[in-house]
Design a protein around this ligand. Structure first.
Ligand code: AP5
Ligand code: ZN
Length: 217
């Protein structure tokens, strides 16, 4: 099963991708997480990406496509993958088609997570995660159960993403409208596109996705 998650920043792509990864035993591939790992490692890619990410701009297609191409061929993707945050431009989608054709694979479904723009900035500004195990939290929708203690690993250290502030969210949204929304007509011509109400509570969103997936299987 090969899935693409589309949706604006903060729509819940990462949250729902992780749930799908567990449910279907397929790999979540987040280009944002891959880039943040490069930034943390201080690699050439990380150095080039950091200022763009901090400004809410897209990283060049060539960098992203070559990263994705090698990731998709790793053993944990053999049963399938969930693309979270990729493709983000029509050029990336076209490059993905070429890579998949060469590997004799295809996309089974595109899940489009729809959320009101007003809700996105609050979700993003509220997001934080455990520095030790990566568990994700939110000031509003999912605070820690015990004050400032990770429920999973007990750590007291938490981090926020450098691009999770209201100014950067505005640029990320504008990049989404301009570069990523044109992917909808691109995919509607080729593959099943399912529209999911991302304004519902997290468990409800998962149920909508589950019922869509039964149609795909
Ligand atoms: P990336 O890391 O992909 O960020 P994004 O697309 O902006 O998406 P987010 O991770 O912010 O949101 P999400 O939809 O995953 O939401 P989440 O589940 O966390 O990209 C970052 C940057 O990297 C880009 O700006 C760009 O510079 C670069 N980049 C990455 N990929 C690229 C590419 N392909 N090409 C070029 N550049 C690229 O949820 C958000 C919060 O809301 C969480 O706290 C969550 O708990 C909460 N939440 C989730 N669902 C709900 C719900 N239903 N109700 C209430 N709260 C909810
Ligand atoms: Zn933790």
């Amino acid at each position: 099963m090969n899935i693409i998650f589309l949706g604006p920043p903060g729509a819940g792509k990462g949250t729902q991708s992780k749930r799908l990864e567990t449910r279907y035993g397929i790999a979540q591939i987040s280009t944002g997480d891959m880039l943040r790992a490069e930034v943390k490692a201080g690699s050439d890619i990380g150095r080039e990406a950091k200022s763009l990410m901090d400004a809410g701009k897209l990283v060049p297609d060539t960098i992203i496509v070559s990263m994705l191409e090698s990731r998709i061929q790793q053993p944990d993707c053999a049963r399938g993958f969930i693309l979270d945050g990729f493709p983000r431009t029509v050029a990336q989608a076209e490059a993905l088609d070429v890579v998949l054709a060469r590997l004799s694979r295809r996309i089974d479904v595109v899940l489009m997570l729809e959320v009101d723009e007003d809700a996105l900035a609050d979700r993003i500004a509220g997001r934080f995660s455990c520095a030790k195990c990566g568990a994700s939290y939110n000031d509003v929708s999912k605070p820690t159960l015990v004050a400032e203690t990770c429920d999973l690993c007990g750590s007291h250290e938490f981090i926020r993403r450098a691009d999770d502030n209201r100014e950067t969210v505005a640029s990320r949204l504008s990049a989404y409208r301009k570069e990523t929304l044109p992917l909808l007509p691109y995919y509607e011509d080729k593959v099943m596109v399912a529209f999911i109400d991302g304004m519902a509570p997290i468990d409800e969103v998962s149920k909508q996705i589950d019922s869509t997936m039964t149609e795909v299987e």
